[in-house]
Design a protein around this ligand. Structure first.
Ligand code: ATP
Ligand code: MG
Length: 336
């Protein structure tokens, strides 16, 4: 819900591995939109850690905070100290992962188009672990009313927006309230409390195990799916698999003040430096960033250009084409 501005400052963190390829390729596509961007480059990840002993320099954090959005590639071994930390510092409580079937891609069904909204700040990711006695380990899963209310409100607002664009207008809550009676019992009941403020939006809820099956059997029936941190992590990788895999999966981390945009994949050291990394996930991440900034027309143009490129198989080898990362991105940029 940002107001459209004349110029945006974007903090660009390429990071490690294929981040150094897919991010510059995406920056070229963003430049082709004609939207006025100032790209401010900052360092984070394994390489800067090896040079300086710090994976996420103070300067990078400051740049991220000064900019209108952050575009992030990948961090290798230092991921936990970089991206997980950055999400925390910027308090991006919602992790948004669209699951959408594009023509020309090997998808489970051709009419898949939903969004997974994952709570990004608590659950099992609080990292509260202990060895309570010899050989007995515990991990504490934290669910708070405050974080639940925020993430559900976010999911319902997203469903409202999507309904305006012709989608069903439905939020599905997924949890394990039958076993985690207190914590996920609360998660589920707060979901239906928040739902009362959105009478125009349909609701339903499933146990996470069943949801996982439905994501394969009838993925076309979902619109917005909201869940807690670890369930969202597991569900979204599986869901990415139904629409072409990691090379196709974008994500956004959204908070009240900051937006941090990153492909779901990591640094992919096995293919780094070869020019064969698929830039689609990061280009789609750029589309999410444009929408966050309120530049919806530019976002539509990039998405349409990408659709054409995918349909015509002007792609990297993983999608059956013969182009390099930069060549594929150039085909998109040309059409923007
Ligand atoms: P990291 O520890 O940084 O997550 P990783 O070895 O787990 O690195 P990922 O980036 O998570 O690697 O990707 C897993 C595999 O999926 C890679 O080995 C790679 O073959 C493939 N892959 C990931 N991203 C892409 C992409 N953009 N284009 C093509 N293949 C990809
Ligand atoms: Mg990985």
């Amino acid at each position: 819900n940002k107001t459209v501005k004349d110029m945006y400052k974007i903090c660009v963190i390429e990071g490690d591995g294929i981040g150094r390829e897919v991010v510059p390729a995406t920056v070229n596509v963003l430049k082709a939109t004609g939207v006025d961007f100032e790209f401010v480059h900052a360092e984070a990840g394994d390489e800067v850690f090896e040079k300086t002993g710090v994976a996420l320099p103070e300067e990078t954090i400051n740049t991220a905070k000064e900019c209108d959005a952050v575009l992030f590639g990948a961090a290798g071994e230092t991921a936990a100290d970089v991206i997980v930390k950055l999400r925390k510092i910027l308090n991006t409580y919602a992790n948004v992962r669209p699951v959408k079937a594009y023509k020309g891609i090997n998808c489970l069904k051709d009419n898949i188009d939903y969004v997974i909204v994952r709570e990004n700040t608590e659950g099992l990711y609080k990292g509260i672990e202990a060895e309570i006695t010899d050989g007995v380990y515990t991990a504490t899963r934290v669910i708070t009313r405050e974080a639940c209310e925020k993430i559900f409100k976010f999911a319902f607002e997203m469903a409202k927006d999507r309904k305006k664009q012709g989608k069903e207008g439905k939020v599905t809550c997924t949890h394990k309230a039958n076993v985690l009676k207190l914590s996920d019992g609360a998660f589920k009941s707060i979901f239906y409390e928040v739902a009362k403020n959105y009478p125009e939006i349909k609701t339903n809820d499933f146990y996470i195990d069943a949801m996982n099956m439905y994501a394969v059997l009838r993925p076309e029936t979902f619109d917005v799916v909201v869940t807690s941190n670890l369930f969202g992590d597991i569900l979204s990788d599986g869901a990415a698999g139904t629409v072409g895999g990691l090379g196709m999966a974008p994500s956004a981390n959204i908070g009240d003040e900051y937006g941090l945009f990153e492909p779901v994949h990591g640094s992919a050291p096995d293919i780094a430096g070869k020019g064969i990394a698929n830039p689609t996930a990061t280009i789609l991440t750029g589309v999410l960033m444009l929408r966050y900034l309120g530049e919806n027309k530019a976002a539509d143009r990039v998405e349409k250009a990408l659709e054409e490129v995918l349909e015509n198989k002007l792609t990297t080898p993983d999608l059956g084409g013969t182009l390099t990362t930069f060549e594929m991105a150039e085909e998109v940029a040309k059409r923007v």
